[in-house]
Design a protein around this ligand. Structure first.
Ligand code: SAM
Length: 239
């Protein structure tokens, strides 16, 4: 039986382990309250639902659960046509690269701060995309302008709301600027975004330069996360 099929833990009074813990040394035995138990059950259920996608990814040979997010976006909007050239920003461990190749991309270049294990058919570069010259390195590796720019870049949050927010917006802006500058006419751009994130300036810029801009929250994106994807369709003919 898989983890997902198992029943949630039964609700019964639980005696917390006390031996060797501060709570156990002369402080008596502490019992969990009904609220504690109901919270841990809820967390257990949430984790199981989230893990369902990771388990499925492992079973199907995808490197990350993120693969399902791109598949759903592509199923809905038809971004990955056979023969397209794709640049994937923040590509590790490589789920989106796998999806792009599987769905017929003829060239895929991925970049990440982290090393990505090789994927046949893809060029994978370890670099900080925000560093000078990395954008041109990607275009050179692709051998020309992309039809599709994907960005799932996310920084490690530090827990300070405003700082984290500024970092998120900075990554979205730099990815959008790259997409606007390099995409072929008719090309598409996908970027991770966060609900409540003020991507206002970027949004206006994308709306002015693409036929349509949509927000998508894939089913495989954690329900309790504010993550959404911003998809800009059909780059205008401007150059
Ligand atoms: N789409 C990927 C997949 O399908 O496997 C998952 C991407 S993961 C959510 C986000 C990635 O963004 C991390 O691996 C992180 O290292 C990368 N990242 C964050 N900032 C970056 C930057 N400045 N340059 C390159 N990669 C970056």
């Amino acid at each position: 039986m898989s983890e997902d099929e198992k029943s949630p833990p039964r609700r019964k009074m639980v005696r917390l382990p006390t031996a060797g813990t501060a709570a156990g040394r002369g402080m008596g035995t502490k019992m969990k309250t009904a609220d504690d138990k109901s919270m841990s059950s809820q967390q257990w259920i949430k984790r199981q639902l989230a893990d369902k996608w990771s388990e499925r990814a492992r079973a199907e040979g995808w490197r990350s659960r993120a693969a399902f997010k791109l598949m759903e976006i592509d199923d809905r909007l038809g971004l990955i046509r056979p023969g397209v050239r794709v640049i994937d920003l923040g590509a590790a461990p490589g789920g989106w690269v796998q999806v792009a190749l599987k769905r017929g991309a003829k060239a895929v270049v991925g970049v990440d701060l982290l090393m990505i294990e090789p994927i046949p058919g893809a060029e994978l570069i370890q670099a900080d995309f925000t560093h000078a010259g990395v954008d041109q390195q990607l275009i050179d590796a692709l051998g020309g302008a992309p039809d599709l720019v994907l960005s799932d870049m996310a920084h490690n949050t530090i827990g300070h709301r405003q700082t984290d927010h500024l970092k998120i917006i900075a990554l979205i802006e730099i990815a959008a600027e790259f997409a606007l500058r390099t995409l072929k006419p008719g090309g598409h751009f996908v970027t991770k975004n966060f609900q409540g994130g003020d991507a206002g300036g970027v949004l206006a810029e994308l709306r002015a330069n693409f036929r349509d801009v949509k927000y998508i929250k894939p089913a495989s994106s954690r329900k309790d996360s504010s993550e959404v994807y911003l998809v800009a369709l059909d780059r205008n003919q401007t150059r």
